[in-house]
Design a protein around this ligand. Sequence first.
Ligand code: HEC
Ligand code: HEC
Length: 382
Amino acid sequence: MIRQRRLALLPLLLALTACGPGRTAAPASSVVPPFLETPVAAHPASSADTLALGKRIYDVNCAHCHGEAGDGNGFGAPHLSPAPRDFTTVDFKFRTTASGHLPTDEDLYRVVSRGLNGTGMPPWQYLLTDAERWAVVDYVKTFQPRFAEEPAATPVTLPDAPAGTRDLKRGAAVYATLECAKCHGPDGRGIGQSSLTLVDGRGRHVNARDFTQPGTFRTGWTEREIVRTIYTGNNGVAMPAYDGIVSKAEEYDLAAYIMSLAGHGPGNQLRRSARGMDGLGEPARVIALREHAWKYEPSEIRIKAGEVVRIDLSTTDNGLGAGHGFAIDGYDQQVFINGAMVGSPQSVTFRINEPGRYKFYCSTQCSVSELHPHMKGTLIVE
Ligand code: HEC
Ligand code: HEC
């Protein structure tokens, strides 16, 4: 079902991937910029034409997750955790506005442009022009009448970063005083005494962020984004706002303390995202492999036995949030890629001496279930 609907989108997606005016070419090896640093193009006046364009873009690119009626019930929704946003509510999480308020137009544009790390929400800046992203933002706002009825929300003023070094001990003390551990856990791994009670607007369980996993910080893993989250909270889930409760130096110490929690234990950002065979030198052949609509392009690769090969894997979406990968059956311990993301391709270098037909597959998450039955291919070693 999913496969067929996705394949039907293929020609249009292909057309959209071409670079054109207002489209940012995916940088070779950088991740998308943090939320606050995402450039915002001038907003063309909203009109019947922009709304019609926004609806066309939405129906093709967004409805399969967010639902045709914007209610978060697209056919892909049951597979996604966190679930796609229900635009008919006011539960927008990632904003520059105070708790309980609607996001600004710029906030919506930034989320649509950069996507949300660690979730299925893709970065559209690589696929849609500036004007197309603004049009779809205008259209998304029509699902919630408060956008038209209320004056535009204004951003909160975030404290500037104080000069000098951060005091991690004081950050830890603020973490204790404000009881962040109730939800995020004493060690920051996202398991605290309130964890079982955390739900979203529909009663679905939500995890508090695991601070040891920088890649899952939705808006980017920077001091400033953490301070913004502390100021704005996340509407619709239990992440409260702590606007100006402690001094600005303490807020930044708290942010620095949270960032210091990454790097301990397994499953953190130090996890190997790709492994190739060491000491092989320059590749004799470089193969561009692309994930598109949850399939590999090409799905058949031919190489010569004994030849040093490099695979460059790029993706056009982030799968269920963790990206896409590559591994070769029988060589999966020595050669693999994990978590290649839009705008952040990954490479792996290897050599296979034994001629034969090898299966390659997505080691990140895709081929393990029926969900992505096409994330596999054949490597022919001649
Ligand atoms: C593959 C599924 C998927 C597609 C396609 C998708 N989204 Fe999303 N989107 C999500 C998920 C999942 C979330 C919620 C993430 C979270 O709660 O952390 C989300 C959240 C959002 C949000 C809410 C941000 C906030 O602050 O709460 C907006 C706005 C949004 N998407 C717009 C769009 C638009 C516009 C499109 C099409 C151009 C689109 N999405 C396509 C999965 C998707
Ligand atoms: C009542 C529970 C609760 C408390 C208390 C709480 N949080 Fe959270 N926090 C959450 C939840 C739930 C999320 C995940 C929100 C989502 O769905 O994306 C979260 C997310 C976050 C994020 C990630 C934002 C992002 O962009 O990914 C940060 C940073 C954060 N919290 C910091 C804090 C700090 C600092 C404190 C203490 C001052 C705190 N939280 C207290 C529940 C809580």
